[in-house]
Design a protein around this ligand. Structure first.
Ligand code: SF4
Length: 553
């Protein structure tokens, strides 16, 4: 572990000592918040949506829901997630100001929304991770909000109040100098979304991560000393989310759920109590470093709170590669032992895997497949290495002259191995990892070694609600029809599902059917060259965006 490296490169933004400013607006404003469409990727689980009826998008847009909740309560707010439905001309015409947010992969759609808003004569503002990292991507937007919620947000709101739709002569930048403490964050404005449109619900308990993996921008964007909400805030958010519908499962979108172990140890008993009082309406999932496996007490509490999935950035099974990328926290115990420990507490591990490290050899793909076989992990995001701005990796590659900005490439990294060999190794690894037989073997392992270790949840009114029963029936019908009868791997499906249904393991069959359907279909598209090799690769997504981008008025 190397926690002191490059400390001087981190400009930590302090928190606002006085907390939130109670701003009283002088004017009434209408704010249209738009979350831009994102392109499909492995992690959006879009092939599962047709099995799920009302689901249109992966998770509700936390950032823009938060901004919507932070705006003066007397203002009118309309929130549109373009992954669910596009904003219409009437929406733009209604608004004084159009606010948007997003990640780098949404860059094109963000700029398109800006064009449409300007054609309607509206003031535009952009915040969120992409503009905070690369403001130069957005030269035409009227107001840029850089950094997290804080004093910049207050200045931006004041500007909206005083100027309405009136556009400035040149771009204005508000940069957060003091962040709002997380424990003063409002409850995200869940009333503006329908939870049944989402594959998963999401909440955020903390922000930041104490580690410094070479490829990751989290420590520089959000700090290394995780900032926290209170347990009461989290349970209030869960209550409010359920008022907008029960998504069935909620993902803690924290950069690292155990970034502050003491805080999470204090949170978990509150989650356990909340589940007991409410009848265990939700499964929980989170993202955490693999050294979570060394804390059995924490894992026990997570099991009691009904955590069923943990995403761990394993990245590579090769120890020398982990050392080279400064991910030493994955070496604190043998990786297979860590995965088995999580499984023993009922938690299925989802793993991030990256191909293209400097230490990779022609054998790396086979080693990854061996690791998948022996770890029995069903779901792995297998991506090509991509250098993000504001990371140690970016700076190193820039100094070595190894950044390549050709958008026709699958990655901006000049690998040490020949480019074509690396891309081919990625394609072979992902397609073999998701061959139906291989994937279903791993799911079968989870059904016997992981799922039975979960807490026995009661048949409460919340779990047996009419809405839940209808959703379960619809899912089962779709899985049986689209996978069990029409699917090109139906024999594999029935080998697992037949005996499981006889044992009445209906929830497990639904989970395997839905997740497996996406993984298998996505990998088959990768094999045909129809999907990009990196979450950040733009090439195919640009084509798709061009085909689907709504036309400005
Ligand atoms: S990859 Fe994960 S563990 Fe590493 S710095 Fe980023 S958030 Fe932290």
């Amino acid at each position: 572990m190397n926690l002191s490296r490059n400390d001087d490169e981190l400009k930590l933004v302090p928190e606002m000592t006085g907390g939130r400013v109670d701003y009283r607006p002088q004017n009434h404003r209408r704010i249209l918040c738009i979350f831009p469409r994102y392109s499909r990727s492995f992690g959006t689980f879009h092939h599962a949506y047709p099995l799920m009826g009302t689901v249109r998008a992966f998770m509700p847009p936390q950032g823009i829901l938060l901004v919507a909740a932070y705006l003066p309560p007397s203002w009118d707010v309309r929130l549109i997630d373009e992954n669910v439905a596009l904003a219409t001309d009437a929406d733009y015409a209604w608004a004084d100001v159009v606010v948007t947010s997003g990640m780098h992969i949404q860059r094109n759609h963000i700029n398109t929304i800006n064009d449409i808003a300007h054609r309607h004569g509206k003031l535009t503002a952009l915040g969120g991770p992409s503009v905070s990292g690369c403001p130069e991507y957005y030269p035409d937007i009227d107001i840029l909000h850089l950094g997290e919620l804080g004093d910049a947000t207050d200045k931006m709101i004041e500007y909206f109040d005083l100027h309405g739709s009136e556009r400035p002569e040149k771009q204005i930048i508000f940069q957060t100098e003091a962040r709002l403490p997380l424990n003063e964050f409002p409850v995200p404005a869940y009333q503006h979304v329908k939870m049944q449109n989402y594959f998963l619900g999401s909440v955020q308990f903390s922000s930041g991560c104490p580690f410094r993996c070479e490829f990751c921008d989290i420590p520089e964007l959000y700090g290394r000393n995780p900032r926290l909400k209170t347990p009461q805030q989290i349970t209030r958010e869960l209550d409010k989310m359920l008022e907008s519908g029960n998504p069935g499962a909620v993902y803690f979108v924290d950069d690292n759920f155990i970034g502050n172990r003491r805080a999470v140890t204090e949170l978990l008993p509150h989650l356990v109590d909340w589940q007991k009082v409410n009848g265990y309406p939700l499964q929980f999932a989170c993202e955490a470093t693999l050294n979570i496996a060394q804390s059995p007490k924490l894992l026990e509490m997570m099991r009691d709170a009904y955590f069923c999935t943990v995403f761990c950035g394993i990245e590579t099974p090769e120890p020398e590669a982990l050392q080279a990328i400064h991910k030493d926290q994955n070496l604190s115990m043998p990786i297979l032992q860590a995965v088995a420990a999580l499984n023993s507490f009922g938690m299925e591990v989802v793993s991030g895997i990256i191909i293209g490290f400097d230490t990779d050899t022609p054998e790396t793909g086979d080693r990854i497949l061996d690791f998948i076989r022996t770890s029995h992990i069903p779901t792995l995001t297998i991506n090509l290495l991509h250098a993000l701005p504001r990371t140690p990796l970016w700076r190193r590659l820039e100094a070595e002259g190894r950044l390549n900005h050709d958008e026709n490439r699958e990655s901006n990294v000049e690998f040490l191995m020949p480019y074509d060999e690396v891309v081919e190794m990625w394609r072979r690894t992902i397609t073999q990892a998701y061959e139906p037989e291989f994937l279903y073997e791993r799911f079968a392992y989870q059904m016997t070694h992981t799922y039975p270790n979960r807490v026995a949840v009661p048949n409460s009114p919340a779990r047996l609600s009419r809405e839940n029963i209808l959703r379960g029936l619809r899912l089962m019908k779709n899985i049986l029809w689209k996978v069990g009868i029409q699917g090109n791997y139906r024999d594999t499906f029935w080998k697992l599902a037949g005996p499981a249904l006889k044992r009445a393991e209906i929830e497990q069959v639904i989970h395997v059917g839905v997740v497996g359907h996406h993984l298998i279909n996505f990998a088959q598209e990768c094999g045909r060259g129809e999907e990009a090799a990196s979450f950040y690769a733009q090439r195919l997504r640009e084509k798709e965006a061009a085909a689907k981008t709504p036309q400005p008025v």
